[in-house]
Design a protein around this ligand. Structure first.
Ligand code: ADP
Ligand code: MG
Length: 611
């Protein structure tokens, strides 16, 4: 056959060289890549002791002739490219011709391979780079590579390998990524005689996700697809039922290659701000298909990073699609729909008692689902056992904060929807903060601050005011950043400008701020600016225009919202509820905390042992 050739020096020298074999997981990754490139439909991975002592990868791919097998373990030998131009159209996982030769020099290496042509197979054995034998051997069609005693010839390297458990975790991660990128192929992964993954071939992405992560995750995944002439993008994300405290559930693939791209990951998580609770991450599976000629995969020896020419466009499409999915699906249930789900455990004890849903009635659903009920149910007595503030007279609602802005206050009584009046009973405010409503069989306990924050946040975002407008400060605000941060500020002037803050260098070490976003209320400018600068100084915010603006919006929403302890009367409480109801994500404040909980009568009765 003689498909494999030695890359000419001028080609091999242009390929990003580097250590491809960091540990057992890299061997697994490279061997699976080879099996995938050989069009194997079934790939079996077996490891012992974290792969340190034994790794076997067996495939039913196209196999090799004896001559090719012998060439394949030499340096810079590949069947996948022959000149550097081929990298522009590369459709295979491998192309450097380095993996087998590197693996061969650091292990006791055996390869058994046979093509489909009826000839016998070939068996090669190498020991730390030295050929021991090459002989005909019976074999199924395909290739099997066995790697033993990794790094035994390099004690220092071997010492750096982690515990079996840690190495196994890394191996599993590699297998997972390949299995997600190639859902049509079958994978079996065995570690120390235990089958860890047994994934049948012929699956689509969603079936593969289900096989790996379970039905419940798959049932709570939402998909969006975008395609234009430059690229296509398929995204699956989870709703609030499935989140993790780290990003281990997030996978990004470019042309089926798993990539770790900080900018893409950042873009993926950015829309979650204001929806997903801080510190939690959604599951996400992102598949980008793009013309290979506009990407450069040759910048990282382990092929983890990729340079993309249309990166900016891809990021913006990713952002808007993820944002839309989150908005519509993250909190799927609405108050009044049949769907119920448990308040997730981060919200603490409440879960045990309040097993009701956390969605809220939309105005229309409200009338449909409740108005038909018996009128009696709306005239019941005050809920037993709950004491509430007497708010029958007194102070008007007034956000006490200095960022307060008249327009952002809860609107007055004239905006009240009559239906809501009839359907929900205002039962008072408890602990100076929680507004209690009763509706037929439910109690709603609304956190007045969180709810108002959500309302204001969405108002700002909707562009009730133009988010991009800036206003000039009559007197520029001068500030001197910590010395070590000065250069960062200089580098970030564009990002700040994009968020509405114009920083003008003043002298050698300070800046004048001459503009702020127009939505920052009168007299609140200084506080808003100092908050943003503090966040930046403390490394809590990256210099990204979108993120800076998001911080402004959250801050202004938070500062303008009624506070814990502010007196809220029935008319304002009703308007607040209606406005909350009309937001896109009523169930959480922009920081991801719940805005209200729903307690069912049934649950109360259970607690009192009446049921
Ligand atoms: P690369 O994958 O970058 O080409 P490798 O060193 O991983 O470099 O492999 C060298 C060559 O050996 C491949 O180009 C391919 O032709 C052949 N090869 C390796 N593994 C297999 C396999 N499992 N089945 C068939 N051919 C293989
Ligand atoms: Mg390879």
């Amino acid at each position: 056959m003689g498909e494999i050739r030695v890359l000419p020096e001028e080609v091999s020298s242009k390929i990003a060289a580097g250590e491809v074999i960091e540990g057992p997981h890299s061997i697994v990754r490279e061997l699976i890549d080879n099996s995938l490139d050989a069009e194997a439909g079934q790939i079996k991975i077996t490891v012992n002791n974290g792969g340190k002592d034994y790794i076997q990868v067996t495939d039913n791919g196209r196999g090799m002739t004896e001559a090719d097998a012998l060439l394949s373990v030499q340096k810079h030998t590949t069947s996948k490219i022959s000149d550097i131009e081929d990298l522009n159209t590369i459709a295979t996982m491998g192309f450097r011709g380095e993996a087998l030769s590197s693996i061969c020099t650091v292990s006791a290496f055996t390869m058994l391979t046979k093509m489909e042509d009826g000839n016998t197979g070939t068996k090669l054995t190498y020991c730390f780079g030295k050929e021991l034998s090459s002989e005909p051997a019976a074999s199924n069609t395909g290739t099997q590579v066995i790697v033993k005693n990794l790094f035994q010839n390099m004690p220092a390297r071997r010492k750096f390998l982690k515990s079996n458990r840690a190495e196994n975790a890394k191996i599993k991660d590699e297998v997972l990524k390949k299995a997600l990128g190639f859902s049509e192929r079958g994978f079996v992964y065995k570690a120390d005689d235990r089958i860890v993954l047994n994934l049948k071939p012929g699956k689509n992405i969603s079936e593969r996700v289900e096989d790996i992560f379970g039905k419940d995750l798959n049932d709570n995944l939402f998909e969006v697809y975008h395609e234009d002439e430059k690229f296509s993008l398929r995204v699956f994300i989870s709703n609030q039922k499935h989140t993790l405290s780290n990003r281990n559930g997030q996978f990004v693939f470019i042309n089926r290659r798993p990539v770790f791209d900080r900018a893409l990951l950042y873009t993926l998580n950015n829309p979650a701000k204001g929806i997903v609770q801080a510190g939690r991450y959604i599951y996400a599976f992102v598949f980008i298909e793009i013309d290979p000629s506009i990407i450069d995969i040759n910048i990282h020896p382990a092929k983890k990073e990729i340079k993309i020419k249309t990166a900016e466009k891809i990021r913006s499409v990713l952002f808007s699609n993820v944002e839309r999915l989150l908005r519509t699906h993250y909190y799927p249930a609405r108050f009044g729909s049949q769907e119920t789900y448990t308040v997730s455990s981060e919200y603490g004890e409440g879960q045990r008692v309040f097993s009701g849903g956390t969605s809220i009635l939309r105005g229309t659903e409200l009338s449909e689902s409740f108005a038909s009920g018996s009128p009696d149910i709306f005239t019941g007595p005050v809920v037993n056992g709950i004491e509430f503030d007497d708010v029958s007279d007194g102070a008007a609602l007034g956000p006490a904060d200095k960022l307060a802005d008249n327009e952002n206050r809860i609107p007055g009584p004239d905006n009240i929807i009559p239906d809501l009046d009839n359907l929900l009973f205002f039962r008072g405010v408890v602990f100076n903060t929680y507004i209690v409503f009763e509706a037929r069989d439910f109690l709603f306990i609304v956190d007045q601050h969180a709810a108002h924050e959500r309302v204001l946040y969405e108002k700002f975002k909707r562009g009730a005011k133009n988010l991009d407008a800036v206003k000039n400060l009559l007197i520029p605000i001068n500030f001197t950043p910590p010395r070590a941060k000065y250069a960062d500020y200089l580098d970030s002037i564009d990002a700040f400008r994009g968020a509405g803050l114009e920083l003008e260098p003043f002298g050698d070490e300070s800046f004048n701020i001459t503009t702020v976003p127009a939505f920052v209320p009168e007299k609140g400018e200084e506080e808003a600016i100092s908050y943003i600068l503090d966040e930046f100084n403390n490394g809590k915010m990256t210099p990204d225009a979108r993120e800076i603006k998001e911080r402004f919006i959250k801050l202004v929403s938070c500062r303008s919202a009624v506070k814990e302890g502010d007196v809220v009367k029935e008319p304002q409480a009703r308007v607040l509820l209606r406005e909350l109801n009309n937001t896109q994500i009523p169930a959480v404040c922009p920081h991801g905390r719940p805005t209200f909980i729903r307690v069912s009568k049934e649950n109360v009765e259970k607690v009192f042992k009446r049921r």
